[in-house]
Design a protein around this ligand. Sequence first.
Ligand SMILES: *Cc1c(COP(=O)(O)O)cnc(C)c1O
Length: 354
Amino acid sequence: MRAHNFCAGPAALPTEVLEQARNELLDYQGLGVSIMEMSHRDPRFVEVAERAEQNLRTLMGISNDYAVLFVQGGASAQFSAIPLNLAGLGGRADYLVSGTWSKKAAAEAARYIDVNVVSNDIRRVAAQSEWQLSRDATYFHYASNETIGGIEISNEPIVDVPLVADMSSNILSKQIDVNRYGVIYAGAQKNIGPAGLAIVIVHKSLLGKESQQCPATMNWANLAEAGSMYNTPPTYSWYLAGLVFDWLLKQGGVEAIEKVNAEKARRLYQFIDESAFYSNPVELDQRSRMNVPFLLADSGLDKRFIEESEAAGLMNLKGHRSVGGMRASIYNALSLEAVDALVDFMAQFERKYG
Ligand SMILES: *Cc1c(COP(=O)(O)O)cnc(C)c1O
């Protein structure tokens, strides 16, 4: 029996996807070898890779003005790749810091370029009118969902320069207009597939602006030119991502999963808000639909909450070590039933100890 897995990342994958991977593991489509054991140049792997890209383009409505790259090093490698690839535009960029991840991205970029932090508050996102934008920034970076703080920015910032967004923990969770962005990137291990793989969606007009120092393996123009096969790509992760895209299309695509995600979040937050025992610290209009941190009224009960929830088949509810408490990550692969099971458990726990 599969547990309900609320892990923030690497996160739950759809059971059907894992079943298909298991069925094909030893013998990919009668070839007698695993897809893991095939050359990335093999036409049958190339077909898998191209199909994954095509399906992602369909799911997100990505036009041919954008290159879609499948890269290694997770989202964090892009913290460096972004300034290195865009440095040719000029030496200064604006960064909105709204939590742990955007803070890390800004710190890494500062190794290469001049970083202007427009606002720095990890408990809430300041209104755009309060941001200190620089006059000569060449791009604007933000994280659309802060996985640890549970803060989501639902409307794109309105800026005059290319928008660069870390969507690691909310990509494919809701419809967005890709055309508003210069660069979208995401580590795969939340809503796409296995850790290590990241996806970069970059407007083609931003290719070829890299600095001399940009490593070839991180050079977007180089990767786009080579179909993400400048060196050996993470083939198995790419294949698994493709299975997740197939699965998502079968669910009705992003539009359909967005409705489920909204309902999952609504039920969980409503329960937390109506309870005197649980609380969530995030302002209503900035609450994440993907990561729901919550505190128990008595933190002395945290350990017991974790033990009893695991015994009930609800895994990985412990909050991030930097903030404590609990966190339920409810990505695409988490069903409405999983959220109902969590709410039932929380209600029971409150009756017992509250
Ligand atoms: C998980 C996460 C990252 C880091 O991803 P890695 O693949 O570990 O580098 C970056 N940004 C956000 C918003 C994340 O949720």
